[in-house]
Design a protein around this ligand. Structure first.
Ligand SMILES: [Cu+2]
Length: 135
């Protein structure tokens, strides 16, 4: 009978252990869903990009960062006036002919955000598109 009581004791200890592991996992997943949503504070690395705008493309037209990074975009127009607009991240910058303008922002949301030119620059204006990937 002593052996049987010992086994029951061990089973109870295991059940308590499983309970604590499950409840601590739940806390972890709550924390995770908080970090997975929008971040407003700088929480990563500084990533600086020199983007050339010309009729009618951006070079480079795809940039990748991590959520929480501070992004610095130096937009250089080598012909007419151009701009860059990333509406989902509240970014709007215009630069004159031959000028370089800079915008800084935090990559707060994960996802793929298309950007476009926000200064009418001729018949190919609508083709000036790019993509910011936030992982
Ligand atoms: Cu344009």
């Amino acid at each position: 009978m002593r052996k049987g009581a010992g086994i029951i004791f061990i089973v109870i200890i295991i059940l308590i252990g499983v309970y604590f592991i499950l409840s601590s996992n739940q806390e972890d997943s709550t924390t995770f869903s908080k970090t997975a949503s929008e971040i407003k504070e700088f929480n990563g690395q500084v990533k600086e990009f020199n983007i050339t705008a010309r009729s009618w493309r951006f070079e480079p037209d795809t940039i990748e960062v991590n959520q929480g990074d501070k992004i610095i975009i130096n937009l250089n127009s080598i012909d007419v006036s151009h701009g860059i607009n990333i509406p989902e991240l509240g970014v709007s910058l215009k630069t004159g002919s031959g000028e370089t303008k800079t915008v800084e922002f935090i990559a707060g949301k994960k996802g793929e955000f298309s950007f476009s030119c926000n200064v009418y620059c001729g018949e190919g204006h609508g083709l000036m598109r790019g993509k910011l990937i936030v992982r």
